[in-house]
Design a protein around this ligand. Sequence first.
Ligand code: NAD
Length: 466
Amino acid sequence: MMLMNCYNHSPATATTSSDLCWKKTICNNNPYSLPLISRNDPHRGRHRRGARARPNNHCPRRRRCPGLSLVCSVAPPNQVESPVVTSEKPPSNATATRRECFGVFCTTYDLKADEKTKSWKKLINISVSGAAGMISNHLLFKLASGEVFGLDQPIALKLLGSERSLQALEGVAMELEDSLYPLLREVSIGIDPYEVFRDAEWALLIGAKPRGPGMERADLLDINGQIFAEQGKALNAVASPNVKVIVVGNPCNTNALICMKNAPKIPAKNFHALTRLDENRAKCQLALKAGVFYDKVSNMTIWGNHSTTQVPDFLNAKINGKPVKEVITDHKWLEEEFTERIQKRGGVLIQKWGRSSAASTAVSIVDAIRSLITPTPEGDWFSSGVYTNGNPYGIEEDIVFSMPCRSKGDGDYELVKDVIIDDYLRQRIKKSEAELLSEKRCVAHLTGEGVAYCDIREDTMLPGEQ
Ligand SMILES: NC(=O)c1ccc[n+]([C@@H]2O[C@H](COP(=O)([O-])OP(=O)(O)OC[C@H]3O[C@@H](n4cnc5c(N)ncnc54)[C@H](O)[C@@H]3O)[C@@H](O)[C@H]2O)c1
């Protein structure tokens, strides 16, 4: 039988052959801020269900942190997370009051690791904003199931909500808990991005305000831009320096730009605006027209903004490895109907469904992540809204623009060079580019580029708003 050694200090000091115990969050806003607990620790029993926490185990007001409590695993010390330094931002007074934990969130138990645990990878931290929203309600369960990062990849979910959604967020956490996902090792919830983004290796920024009645697009840019400026600062301060950021909340291209500009320590290449749903929609419509299954459609690019100016590229896309224009000879349909159908697909869906796409958006976020962590199939590519820094297409620099990307599966990407751009495509790309440049001028006060000047003339809608 193996000797169980647990430590009440940094695991860096642990011996290599030991079973290590580490404690998961119990009513603490930082899962790693608790000390590792010795099995001989006289306080240990007090972490059991319903028991009061130790003096340093704060349970901040309105921040319950669901998740398993104490996990022991046969893991070499380098697989155990170190306690982290305190936040660069002082905790707000609003979070100072302790609250009781509830249910399984407060249960403490030791788990003798089985052999399988040994093969698990190092835990990764995934922060999700808007976690009580509709998209997250699909996405979180996909993440926890192992469908996204793999069946040997344990994850910690750090969920960011707004003041209004905190109660709902607790409900989400309870559902996650009840799902008994073996890979889901930690769940914490909160409304302060400086806490929730701590050590994040992936930040999926979904939460945003919808456009209210009578609200101009410029107002929406400002309101949501402020959210993403703040979240960019928080990522810069507390996230992993190589965090990958996928911005979903609309207007996602400009929000991604704002977030990026407020996070100078994080490589600009790490920021993405989600246009994968548009890509998926385009593939589906081309497959329908050609009478093939959608897995036969490849090389699909969405150019530009995630708005009605986006350009689904049928010139470079392929069906069964052949150019789309050779397979679909009705070019009038391609130029007129197809393009508009993709641009307005979200709006049609709202009319039918009464709400915006959530499940298919979650699927497309999964696709977007998987495209970065698995090598892109030979000859193919995927679309993502990325920073136009030295792009080969002549697109204006310093905006976030959807373009064709390839990845080696290391989380990074390269732009695809060998694409054809004809006059039709260029003209439409220019329109989307002009829209993004005007959005950028509207948020200059949030990107550190001076005084905002908003000259958005046409009120282009986001897909889903019509
Ligand atoms: N890029 C895309 O392809 C795509 C597709 C669909 C929807 N979207 C956008 O995604 C966003 C979310 O959509 P949804 O259907 O999940 O909306 P939702 O209204 O169901 O959920 C949004 C959640 O975000 C929360 N929230 C608001 N401000 C927040 C903040 N500052 N920090 C953290 N959370 C905050 C809200 O309380 C709410 O719970 C919207 O902006 C929508 O337009 C993008």
